[in-house]
Each structure stands twice: as C-alpha cells, then as structure tokens.
Design a binder for this molecule. Structure first.
Ligand SMILES: [Zn+2]
Length: 104
C-alpha cells in the first residue's frame, strides 16, 4: 500500500504520485471524500505504471515506454498524455463498478 501524504500542491494539482510509493494529495482535499478517493485511485494507476517501468521521470523529463517528454513542454495535467489517458480510463472503470455494487 502506498503512503498517502497531504501536501500543499501547485495550482490545479489535486494529486501526485512519487517513485518511492507515496501519493501526495492536496491539503484542501479530504482523502476519505469521493473526490479524495478519486484522486487516490488515479494516482495509484501512476504508481503501477512506474512499478511496471512504463512511466519514469527525472528533473527534466517524463519517460513513457522509453519515449521522452520534456517537462517544460507539457502540461502535467494534460489528459492526452498516454499515462494520463490510461489513469483516467482506469479510474473511470473503477467508479462504474462501484456504482454497480451499490445498486445490488
Ligand atoms: Zn495523472
């Protein structure tokens, strides 16, 4: 299980995943709220991507499956980045199955 740490993150940043298995969540968000759970589910996908070796980063770049994405050229919250697409898709799927469970 990742450690979840509350932190004041940048503008428009709700969560962040770090290579050392830590999820940061913005201090304005209650991690037990629906929003908080959504953010954590999303960041968990990024942790899995990093564990698999698909996603990596350093001070200058993101790396996705060996391809370089200079940090200063991308918007970190850009939903079209391949690792973000996968994370949004995965957290959407989780939400849907949650709804089904409640209906029963
Ligand atoms: Zn993300």
């Amino acid at each position: 299980m990742p450690r979840i740490i509350k932190k004041r993150l940048g503008k428009n940043v709700l969560g962040m995943a770090s290579k050392n298995n830590i999820i940061y969540i913005d201090s304005s968000i209650d991690k037990n709220s629906a929003k908080g759970k959504r953010v954590i589910a999303h960041e968990k996908v990024h942790l899995a991507q990093m564990k698999r070796g698909d996603l990596d980063y350093d001070n200058k770049n993101f790396y996705w499956k060996g391809k370089k994405y200079p940090i200063n050229k991308i918007n970190d919250s850009n939903k079209n980045l391949p690792w973000e697409k996968q994370a949004y898709k995965a957290s959407r799927r989780k939400k849907v199955s949650g709804k089904r469970r409640r209906k029963k």
